[in-house]
Design a protein around this ligand. Structure first.
Ligand code: FES
Length: 369
């Protein structure tokens, strides 16, 4: 649009005869926006068809609100804890995550469809062109922008469509609740679940816990060849299931010289606890970076590699991190062999297993003994 044309069309904003739509048009003109086509969707307000459209949009918002409430209800009441056995009603816990996804997905879908239908079927048909320009906004521009926003609010018709207003609020409020409901998971005190594993005697009526294979067979020294390794779990009910996912342990049979080197390097806390039995050592498999299973043991370099981000731990130096993003040692599980010849944990891990967080010690020497 040329400057001359703009000047000729310029209006006095203080003219009391100006309607809000006139000011709105002026605001657009100021921004070099020209209205090519503007037509109310329903020129005669309150027609049967308009009411029908309103009801459809309102229904979408109501459904959005109901599904959002369903999401909150699933979050609060649906069983989610792994019960140790997967039978009958216990299997309901499997559906918690899908139900969260379904309810939230449907809520967002209905809310989106409601907004789209509102825009497509109730808002005026508009067509604009705009020349782009640089620069900030003057006070005058701000006043014009204000009028624009008021005009849009009027176009949306919240004032004269109380049904839609209520339905919109009914849909939006539970959606807001659904957004904050997951924070409820932070309310419950995790207790000692972050520091106690399945090897704690509390899980075995106060008795030391043996080490077992995935198939439940209890581990003896002759089951791991020199230089070999085996993944061990606490020999308690459900010990090899996700319920004790923090307990998976790598039992390594070191060569003589590697075992001697480890004994020389042992931190006092591990030495005092007789944590190494013969040439066997047991480390947590849970990588201290973000928790992947670190189980690629290369006996020639005596390094344990985590495949996720390539952290490496020196097995003959208390599993100190020597490469990659992990910053904490892999915790060592004190082990011994009982009179029946089976490995058992003499006590639980001396430092917490898993990734670091703000109040976890990074090195065994930082642990108060
Ligand atoms: S989880 Fe092991 S290196 Fe990242």
């Amino acid at each position: 649009m040329s400057e001359n044309k703009k000047d000729s069309e310029r209006v006095d904003l203080n003219d009391p005869k100006l309607t809000r739509f006139d000011i709105y048009k002026e605001a657009l003109r100021k921004d070099d926006i020209e209205i090519l086509h503007y037509e109310p969707r329903f020129p005669t307000p309150g027609t049967k068809e308009e009411k029908r459209m309103e009801r459809i949009v309102a229904m979408m918002f109501v459904l959005a609100g109901l599904f959002a409430l369903g999401f909150v209800a699933v979050m609060a009441f649906w069983p989610w804890e792994y019960p140790g056995e997967v039978t009958g009603w216990d299997a309901w816990f499997k559906w918690q995550t899908p139900m969260l996804g379904i309810t939230l997905g449907l809520s967002l879908a209905f809310f989106g469809i409601g907004i789209l239908t509102w825009a497509k079927k109730l808002l005026p048909v508009e067509e604009f062109v705009q020349d782009r320009h640089d620069g900030g906004s003057s006070m005058e521009d701000r006043k014009l922008a204000e009028a624009t926003i008021y005009n849009m609010t009027e176009d949306i018709g919240l004032k004269r469509r109380p049904l839609l207003k209520k339905a919109f609020l009914f849909g939006a409020a539970p959606l807001g609740l659904a957004a904050v409901a997951p924070l409820g998971g932070l309310i419950k005190d995790p207790g000692d679940s972050l520091t106690k594993t399945g090897f704690h005697p509390d899980h075995n009526d106060g008795q030391p816990v043996r080490l077992m294979n995935m198939d439940g067979s209890q581990l003896r020294p002759d089951m791991v060849s020199v230089g070999g390794q085996v993944t061990a779990f606490p020999a308690i009910p459900g010990g090899a299931t996700n319920k004790y996912a923090n307990s998976s342990t790598l039992l390594i049979h070191l060569r003589d010289d590697d075992a001697a080197e480890l004994r020389e390097n042992l931190y006092p806390m591990y030495r005092d606890a007789d944590a190494v039995w013969g040439n066997f050592v047991a480390y947590s498999k849970i990588c201290t970076h973000v928790g992947c299973p670190a189980s690629l043991y290369e006996q020639h370099t005596h390094r344990l590699l985590c495949p996720c981000h390539q952290s490496q731990f020196n097995v003959v130096d208390n599993a100190a991190p020597v490469f990659g993003p992990a910053a904490r040692h892999l915790p060592m599980l004190p082990i011994s062999v009982d009179e029946e010849g089976y490995f058992y944990a003499t006590q639980d891990y001396l430092i917490p297993v898993g990734p670091a967080y703000w109040n976890r010690p990074s090195l065994p020497e930082e642990v108060e003994e």
